[in-house]
Design a protein around this ligand. Structure first.
Ligand SMILES: Nc1ncnc2c1ncn2[C@@H]1O[C@H](COP(=O)(O)OP(=O)(O)O)[C@@H](O)[C@H]1O
Ligand SMILES: [Mg+2]
Length: 246
């Protein structure tokens, strides 16, 4: 048995007295796609930021890829890929340069970097746009570039915070396929979404978060059965008393 990709117990985080994550427990199994589903303000991004080392953990245990994040930040980061909710591409650089810079961060340079970047441009369907600057790309292309950038170091775990928010259905489907391929290649995926359909389509298991807490956990189909609801949307309403978009 390999260690869980992420192991969290009693995880808590506040910002100036406002509780963002209110003591949550979860385990992500290596190789699965694990989702955090919840409305705006539920605490999804804060949880992701703790996992990828951008936000400090206030209380609780958090191990990522078998290591305590607070004590082994560098090592953990080297094995992670991150697609943040807020796009942070360099607008002054081309698509290709954005990837090369990231390769440099990971100590990949020269011919090896060129080769890796060429490979990732193919994965992201961006070879033809390699010379474009990022503001010239569509939203879907920028998300694919963010994913490609997260893969430069061949991570074991990729954290994706709302990877498809704001994308049209076509771009969303393309992205789902990319995520399917990653998962088929053995990469563990941790993603957040407020789209029920997306959670049901992509996630092996998910948690539903509301007001900083996990209200339920399971495989999408299992949740629907257990709570005797027609679909995930209804499970959410049943458990929280409000709709996902309110
Ligand atoms: N940097 C921050 N400073 C202050 N409050 C924050 C910060 N980030 C998040 N919050 C608050 O924490 C709560 C959870 O936010 P977040 O984790 O972004 O939720 P989600 O990603 O599910 O929308 C919200 O009430 C939000 O306003
Ligand atoms: Mg968020």
């Amino acid at each position: 048995m390999s260690a869980p990709a992420v192991h969290a117990r009693g995880l808590r985080k506040s910002y100036d007295g406002i509780v963002a994550v209110d003591g949550i427990d979860f385990d992500v199994t290596a190789g699965e796609c694990f989702g955090f589903l919840g409305p705006n303000g539920a605490g999804k991004t804060t949880t992701m930021k703790m996992v990828y080392g951008l936000a400090a953990v206030d209380e609780g245990t958090l191990e990522v890829l078998g290591r305590d994040v607070a004590r082994h930040r560098r090592e953990v980061k080297a094995r992670l890929g991150v697609v943040p909710q807020d796009e942070n591409l360099d607008k002054e650089l081309s698509v290709r340069e954005n990837l090369l810079v990231q390769a440099g961060f990971h100590g990949i340079r020269g011919a090896e970097a060129e080769e890796r970047v060429a490979e990732l441009l193919e994965v992201a369907l961006l070879t033809a746009r390699a010379g474009a600057r990022t503001p010239e790309l569509s939203g879907g292309m920028r998300k694919r570039l963010l994913i490609a950038r997260a893969l430069v170091n061949r991570p074991d775990l990729v954290v994706l915070d709302e990877p498809t928010t704001g994308l049209d259905p076509q771009a969303r489907h393309t992205l789902w396929q990319t995520l399917d391929e990653l998962r088929a290649g053995g990469v563990t995926l941790l993603l957040t979404t407020h789209y029920m359909e997306e959670a049901a389509r992509l996630c092996d298991r998910l948690v539903i978060m509301d007001h900083g807490r996990i209200v339920t956990e399971g495989a999408p189909a299992e949740l629907v059965t257990r709570h005797e609801q027609p679909h995930l949307e209804a499970v959410f309403l049943h458990l929280t008393g409000h709709r996902l978009d309110t």
